[in-house]
Design a protein around this ligand. Sequence first.
Ligand code: CA2
Length: 147
Amino acid sequence: MSSLLILNGPNLNLLGSREPETYGKTTLSEIEEQARAHASGRGATAHCQQSNHEGALIDMIHAARGVHDGLIVNAGAYTHTSIALRDAIAGVGLPCVEVHLTNIHARERFRRHSYLAPVVLGQIAGFGPQGYVLAIDALLAHLGTAR
Ligand code: CA2
């Protein structure tokens, strides 16, 4: 059974409470529950963690090595700033799918660049909470062919 780690970064704990016009009304807990249920229905397990701290996210990625089979990461604004997170993802060697709720390529210029994009399998952006479900399917398909 594949074990997936879903990591959410800074401010995503605020989902559902602020800026619903941009980020929707679904809470992070609801997104995580949907992800767990979807993974379970696919015969996998999804473990979900969130932090507002760059170093904590890096520690979580390091700890995933040998425990989980793949990563799904919405690094929030660290996507656009963090070489350290990129190095952590590349360093552990786990397959990773990058998720964004919004279409970062259709927003401000500073959101168009992702430091993570070169070290992930691919990026899913603009599909709201459904993006995490799509990422699970993409990651499981990859793991199925990688074995
Ligand atoms: O679209 C995404 O998922 C983002 O990763 C969300 C980040 C943003 O910095 C990225 O450019 C794109 C921001 C998450 C902030 O979430 C909030 C939710 C509710 C209220 C305020 C912020």
